[in-house]
Design a protein around this ligand. Structure first.
Ligand SMILES: Cc1ncc(COP(=O)(O)O)c(C=O)c1O
Length: 411
């Protein structure tokens, strides 16, 4: 028998993260299950941006680069993210987008691996990862991208492989790779490894240095709650920093940008992977989201994520049996992230009907209903209520209304 509403309320009452919910702005009547795509707005972001605009920009003007340490923001916010992903503070910077960071790190890594011409990834990886790897391969002589299903990746890594590039938690299925095992295999064969942590950072426990990882990237606008289009982060293990060169040799990655010399000389550490002037307002918004994690251990966050996801799976399979939903996400919490996906041939209109009833998840082509469980602001009662609404939509056939079939540009 699955959990009752009273059980869910009891779990909320005992939840050590319960207090975080009030630290976010969430509209009344909304159960937000899309924080894995765009995190919710932290309650203090608007005021922080207000003071950054009116005081720091308006009054401080250009002086604020120094007086408010705008110039230090990429490294400062990077150091805060480092704590959440098992990295040292000087191994992470915030810069650009995940796509651009992928490009910089792929090219840097492959160029260092002389005599090896293969980048290994998996089919169905997030499109930008594959597209950027394709674009980078086309620029690099004799380099090609080889995609193999997740369960064949380990065997695929041989002496030709320069770089293994994988997304730790799969954006659609929610399946999580064994970071330590794949990293160890890559190193055994002399390959480097690059992890995309977009669906991991702020959701599951990640220990890059314990796994011996080389490189990583991730989004700032998902579980880190940095806002739409927030800048991304990148990680380069300390031991590799001096050996890798960014292909985007912008002045912010120069050793002495304010010497204004004619020749590029990379900054000594991970800062060499900065490129142009950082987007300061976006960085300061991201910092608010990241700072919320100062007060929560990733172990607690990850434990709650596992429970929320398990509860959702159990309740959907119990309450919505017979309506054609097929679980796509692994049942075992140890090998999944913080979102759960079900396949259904009509998942698009079903998700639109859910959104109209206030349960916001998303649709991922061709047939996936995806719901993200953000431990800082989703509670157990939310999960229970969401499943009741899904049941109602399926049982009544409300989703069959024509208006739910109109596709929007963003799904
Ligand atoms: C695994 C993964 N990588 C990258 C991205 C997006 O990269 P960008 O922020 O450059 O658009 C996403 C977005 O959902 C993602 O899921």
């Amino acid at each position: 028998m699955s959990l009752s509403l009273d059980d869910a309320r009891r779990l909320d009452g005992a939840d050590p993260l319960r207090g975080f919910r009030d630290r976010f702005v969430l509209p009344d009547g909304v159960i937000y299950l899309d924080g894995n795509s765009l995190g919710a707005l932290p309650a203090t972001t608007a005021a922080r941006l207000g003071s950054a605009v009116t005081e720091e920009w308006g009054q401080g003007l250009i002086r604020s680069w120094n007086s408010h340490d705008w110039i230090g923001a990429p490294a400062r916010v990077g150091a805060k993210i480092a704590r959440m992903i098992g990295a040292d503070p000087h191994e992470v910077v915030v810069a650009d987008s995940t796509s651009v960071n992928l490009f910089k790190l792929i090219v840097a890594a492959v160029r260092r691996q002389t005599g090896r011409g293969v980048i290994v990834s998996e089919p169905g990886n997030f499109p930008t990862d594959l597209y950027v790897a394709q674009g980078a391969s086309a620029l690099l002589d004799g380099v090609s991208l080889r995609v193999r299903p997740a369960d064949q990746i380990i065997e695929e890594i041989d002496a030709d492989v320069a770089l293994v590039m994988l997304t730790h938690v799969h954006y659609k299925t929610g399946a999580r790779h064994d970071m330590a095992a794949i990293t160890a295999r890559a190193h055994e064969k002399g390959a480097l490894i690059l992890w995309d942590l977009s669906h991991s950072a702020g959701a599951v426990e990640v220990d890059l240095n314990a796994a011996g990882a080389d490189l990583a990237v991730g989004c700032g606008y998902k579980y880190l709650n940095g806002g739409p289009g927030a800048p991304a982060f990148l990680f380069v293990a300390e031991r590799l920093q001096a050996a890798l060169q960014s292909p985007l040799t912008g002045w912010m990655g120069h050793a002495e940008p304010f010497q204004f010399g004619d020749d590029y000389r990379p900054a000594p550490g991970v800062a060499r992977f900065l490129c142009g002037t950082p987007s300061v307002l976006a960085l300061l918004a991201l910092e608010v989201g990241v700072d919320l994690f100062n007060e929560a251990s990733m172990a607690t966050v990850s434990e709650k994520s596992q429970r929320l996801c398990s509860m959702f799976i159990d309740l959907v399979e119990d309450r919505c049996a017979g309506f054609g939903l097929q679980l796509v996400t692994p049942r075992d919490p140890a090998v999944r992230g913080s979102h759960v996906s079900f396949a259904h041939p009509d998942s698009y209109p079903i998700m639109q009907a859910m959104i109209e009833r206030g349960v916001i998840g998303d649709f991922r082509a061709p047939d996936v209903l995806r719901c993200g469980f953000t431990p800082l602001y989703v509670g157990y009662e939310d999960v229970w209520r969401a499943v009741e609404i899904i049941h109602d939509i399926l049982a009544s056939g409300a989703w069959r209304d024509e208006r739910f079939r109109t596709r929007s540009r963003v799904t």
